[in-house]
Design a protein around this ligand. Sequence first.
Ligand code: TYD
Length: 209
Amino acid sequence: MHQLTKGILIAIEGIDGSGKSSLAKNLHELLAQKYAVLLTKEPGGTPLGRQLRAIVQEKKVPVCPKAEFMLFATDRAQHFHELIVPALTAGKIIISDRMSDSSVVYQGYGRGLDMNAIKAVNEFVMNSIKPDITVYVKVNANVAIDRILKRGENLTSFEKEEGGRFIERLAYGFDELYKNRPDVIIIDGNQSQEQVTQEALIRLRSLLR
Ligand code: TYD
């Protein structure tokens, strides 16, 4: 087992149906052969987060955009307190299926909330810790919707909104947010799962030395 001098925080981002959850699982499986790795997610990485995730996903009661963001931010605060900070201190590699940028894109570009407010709250709940690297799995909105339907899954409330135009705004949001960012690896999510994993692994290698 290789022991790292300090932990590494890797966020995996992309729209639903991009293949980011498969990538997170595959990377975990491969990296765990050599390193101590924590695979986690937002929302729902902690017991509190799982309760909050049910509220935002099921939408049994009305949730306004600001409340929606604060639920994700609450999940994030608990996630950092309970899992991320201790794992970084223990020198682990953390692979998180979504993190703060999902709020910038879904609640900022998607819902139209003030980006600076979102970024300020994110910084507060994350104790000013940023992912060391973000892997963005990029696919077009129509490819993502096709994949979700082919998996036999129902579209979530996000994907159904505005007849698919919402998800187009999300794809645009990620593309805009990740322009000219040295801390972001952009991977073509139209490739096979194996290709996506191999490319991510090669591009993460310099970070793991
Ligand atoms: P996720 O758990 O990735 O969905 P799945 O059930 O497919 O694993 O995420 C749930 C939804 O929450 C997803 O559509 C994206 C959305 N989301 C936000 O809107 N804002 C956020 O800050 C986060 C982390 C997720």
